[in-house]
Write a protein that binds this ligand. Structure first.
Ligand code: GTR
Length: 386
């Protein structure tokens, strides 16, 4: 029913495998000048820098180089969340450039039972804003954050729109305009996804400074637009040891050249504020893109990546999301890591974890469910076990 609804909503988009165009994926192990990348050193000291720069210029935009300072303020704290299992903190990040200030809130839960520094998950939230109080109320029905705490992990979340409004016309009120001091954006300046990813890194700054947190075990995750953001956040910030994208689709894990479900043309017209202006030029010209999304996953190597899809969420192209995981494998292998290489997708609701990459396709619609969390947390536990 959900598929029918999505197709009916966007009947001009393709949902049939037989209509996927033939294409050749760009080779992550080939330099722009045609040279092959054949050693770890070639990747680390050459090709990776080249590739991240292309993603900045053509897809997500470049972050500003302006110097800033960030402070953190505890607005409220309670040590008995989830029946005493966690301490919750309503926080505020205060970003300063000269005399000017930009503030955004975030929320932190740290397990009380920790005896040594433990992992942290930074979750990028685009639905309802979290506060300690709202999470306590919501947990009665979903339990997601409590599950994370029960595993001994801390979680920090912020709402995308508190950093940069998730609206076409929200630029003036966000962190990007703050950095640009109100000046208009250039064609390769950061889009909203990159701004949200930057905020995830600021939240991480705070978390890794806490004595309860082990800075070597850190994840960034999100659902849908925030799943796209999580992948780019991890590409830009090597401190994240795992990236988790849930139903991220177009501009996230899905291969753009497949043009299955949401396309570059559609996403850049409905959500122009997510990407840099240059990305719009690839509308209906996906074959001209100098990169594709498997190379975004490759930028996270040798760190871990977990990609999750849902079978009714054809708009996000589950096959294209899985294909990216497989197509990123050569980079991981060059770096000496074992990863998923099987071109066949795993059966429904059957996670596949091989070395540094993991994937599942859950039955059901576009959402982040308890099942998704459980499967991701099992993967994270494997990465973080001692
Ligand atoms: C949709 C959009 C997707 C995805 C989704 C979401 O409308 O087309 O790319 O980001 O929103 O965030 O739930």
């Amino acid at each position: 029913a959900q598929v029918a609804k999505d197709s009916a909503r966007n009947p001009q988009f393709n949902y049939e495998e037989s209509k996927v165009p033939t294409f050749t994926l760009p080779d992550p192990l080939k330099m722009a000048d045609g040279r092959s990348v054949s050693s770890k050193q070639d990747w680390i000291n050459g090709r990776r820098d080249e590739l991240v720069e292309v993603f900045r210029r053509e897809v997500y935009g470049r972050r500003p180089t302006t110097e800033y300072h960030v402070d953190f303020q505890v607005l409220a704290e309670t040590d008995d969340v989830f029946e005493g299992k966690a301490t919750g903190r309503d926080m505020q990040a205060i970003v300063t450039i000269g005399e000017r200030e930009f503030k955004f809130p975030f929320t932190v839960f740290i397990p009380n039972a920790v005896t040594e520094p433990g992992p942290v998950i930074v979750f990028i939230n685009n639905r309802r804003p979290d506060t300690v109080q709202s999470v306590i109320e919501e947990e009665a029905s979903t339990g997601a954050k409590r599950t994370i705490i029960d595993r001994g992990y801390a979680i920090a979340t912020f709402h995308t729109s508190d950093v940069d409004p998730d609206r076409k016309d929200g630029y003036a009120d966000g962190i990007r305009a703050f950095f640009a001091n109100g000046q208009p954006l250039q064609n390769d300046d950061w889009g909203g996804l990159s701004a949200w990813g930057w905020a995830a890194s600021r939240v991480l700054d705070y978390m890794v400074a806490q004595p309860e947190i082990d800075s070597s075990r850190t994840a960034v995750g999100g659902h849908s637009r925030s799943g796209k953001t999580a992948l780019w956040a991890a590409a830009e910030d090597p401190r994240f040891s795992i990236a988790y994208s849930n139903d991220s689709g177009c501009g996230g894990a899905a291969i753009s050249r497949r043009r299955f479900g949401e396309t570059v043309g559609r996403i850049t017209s409905v959500f122009p504020h997510w990407f840099c202006e240059n990305f719009t030029a690839y509308s209906e010209r996906e074959d001209q893109l100098p990169v594709d999304q498997h190379e975004l996953l490759a930028l996270i190597a040798p760190r871990a990546v977990y990609v999750a899809s849902a079978d009714l969420d054809l708009w996000a192209d589950p096959k294209g999301e899985y294909a990216s995981v497989v197509a990123a494998a050569p980079v991981y292998q060059l770096l000496g890591e074992e990863v998923i290489t099987d071109p066949e997708m795993p059966p429904l609701n059957t996670p596949r974890h091989i070395g540094k990459t993991g994937y599942h396709i859950r039955s059901g619609a576009h959402m982040i469910s308890e099942t998704d969390w459980k499967m991701f947390l099992d993967f994270a536990a494997g990465q973080w076990s001692r």
